[in-house]
Design a protein around this ligand. Structure first.
Ligand code: LER
Ligand code: MN
Length: 267
């Protein structure tokens, strides 16, 4: 299993991105801490040049595993479940551009906060399912995997558990749309993290790690030994991507993540 860390440019408001700064600075910190690769939280891909990011990744010897898209909700209010059709269409357009960007960079696209935090009604659920289906169908010829993320109840309203995610994926009906498991959210919402990992099974395509307090793995009470061995049991061999608060400070959080997880994955 490879180790990854979520990074972003300094303007990102989302707090669980331990490394914020220029690509050179965050990539260099990630490499020094011992990560194999990164995921990047991008608000709008129109602001970036994929070739520039690719060359920076190459220069630092890092892989790119995924692109986070939640900033478009957190900072611009775009979502798949907004009552205003103009907002929903803007959210769909933004995710399509993220899919184009992911195709250039060979990265999965994360569908998490972009689902929105609106009241769940049969109407808003239909909007969310239709928006996701349109994006998932757009991603098929581009050979980009969309990963749908259950998020805890305080941050979202639609998909909070693996069960809800599986039900949603069945309604969407596009096989290349997979699941992202986040240990922090699972610790809040799942009755048993291990049973839920088994339920997600082969549909698991990306994993976020943070401890119970959203600090680095090892700083809280999640049993990452059991978490990782259950991921191995379902045949997951992609990456563990640290999406966590910069506590006690960014470089220490990054180094402690690698130290804790390397012992567990046996790398
Ligand atoms: C939000 O809490 C989160 O975990 C992100 O990965 C959402 O895209
Ligand atoms: Mn996450």
């Amino acid at each position: 299993m490879k180790l990854s860390i979520a990074v972003s440019t300094p303007d990102a408001r989302f707090s669980a991105l331990a490394l914020k700064g220029s690509f050179d600075d965050t990539f260099s910190l990630a490499k020094q801490a011992g990560f194999d690769g990164v995921e990047i939280a991008i608000k709008n891909p129109a602001d970036f040049d994929a070739r520039h990011i690719k060359s920076k990744l190459g220069a630092h010897g890092l892989e790119l595993y995924a692109i986070g898209t939640g900033r478009a909700f957190g900072e611009e209010g775009l979502s798949f479940s907004d009552p205003d059709i103009k907002v929903r269409l803007a959210a769909i357009e933004r995710i399509k551009r993220q899919i184009d960007f992911g195709a250039e960079l060979g990265a999965a696209i994360i569908i998490g906060l972009i689902l929105g935090k609106n009241p769940v009604t049969s109407e808003s659920e239909d909007w969310a399912v239709e928006a996701l289906r349109e994006c998932a169908e757009y991603a098929v010829p581009a050979d980009v995997t969309l990963v749908l993320e259950p998020i805890n109840r305080y941050e979202t309203s639609f998909i909070k558990t693996v069960d809800e995610c599986l039900r949603f994926l069945d309604m969407v009906g596009v096989k290349s749309c997979k699941i992202l498991l986040d240990s922090f959210h699972m610790n809040i919402e799942e009755a048993s993290m291990e049973d839920s990992i088994r339920k997600a099974g082969a549909r698991t395509a990306h994993v976020h790690v943070a401890d119970s307090n959203r600090w680095h793995p090892g700083a809280g009470h999640i049993d990452f030994g059991s978490f990782v061995s259950t991921l191995k049991e379902i045949g997951y061999n992609h990456c563990l991507s640290a999406e966590m608060l910069p506590h006690p400070e960014p470089a220490v959080a990054a180094r402690n993540t690698v130290a804790h997880l390397k012992k567990i994955i046996g790398a």
